[in-house]
Design a protein. Structure first.
Length: 225
């Protein structure tokens, strides 16, 4: 199950996260969507970028910044783009995938979910990436994916990808309608509501049937000299 892109998987393109793609998250924020500054629910996927400085391989430590008591965990699954994709048809979009990989999309706690602040989501090391890609194929249905998030061995969150607002294929079609997804890019399926908090010293595990598990240790960032 080793990724053809890297022996220990890391992206070769851009990593895109998506907000409001779980039903529970959308329902929880529904009262805010019709108030300023938003005025209405978003019609297109709400994307953000996790740049290369955020990428943490499996087994590496992730530093909690000085002054941050806790970080928010975001267990998810990312789709790995296998060929360039533009204006994809929902019925055939999944055929463009190379595979899937577990991720942990960390952020500093914040309240802006429509326009996520870069300073909270793009901290160094704030995207744990699983060690191996699970290859895609016609028999793989992402709506059947489930994952578990554990902190120090204790189950803190269970996620079912049957609860997506946009299915994997629909998300690929909607995003590629206005931009090209390149080979090697990653597109996260989203993070469910109720994301747990963790702090320096905690060990984080993201696991899912059929996937190589993702492990990262949170450490305290050294204070500047």
């Amino acid at each position: 199950m080793t990724s053809p892109l890297s022996p220990l998987f890391l992206p070769t393109g851009t990593v895109y996260g998506v907000l409001l793609n779980f039903q529970a998250e959308t329902e929880a924020l529904a009262p805010q969507m019709n108030t300023p500054p938003y005025q209405a629910p978003p019609k297109a996927p709400v994307l953000y970028v996790k740049p290369a400085n955020t990428w943490s391989q499996n087994g590496t430590d992730i530093a909690v910044p000085v002054g941050a008591a806790e970080v928010e965990l975001g267990a998810s699954i990312a789709m790995v783009i296998g060929r360039d994709l533009r204006a994809a048809n929902e019925d055939t979009a999944l055929a463009a995938l190379a595979g899937y990989v577990l991720v942990n999309d960390l952020s500093l706690p914040h309240t802006s979910f429509f326009r996520p602040p870069v300073k909270y989501k793009c901290v160094d090391g704030f995207l744990g990436i699983g060690p191996e890609m699970r290859p895609a194929g016609p028999s793989i249905d992402p709506s059947h994916f489930t994952l578990e998030l554990r902190v120090n061995g204790v189950l803190r969150q269970s996620v079912r990808f049957s609860h997506l607002v946009r299915s994997a294929a629909r998300l690929l079609a909607d995003v590629s309608a206005f931009m090209t997804l390149r080979r090697g890019d990653l597109l996260l399926l989203g993070c469910d509501a109720g994301r747990p908090l963790a702090r320096a010293g905690d060990h984080i595990t993201v696991s899912a049937p059929g996937f190589a598990s993702l492990h990262n240790q949170l450490t305290a960032e050294a204070a500047p000299q």
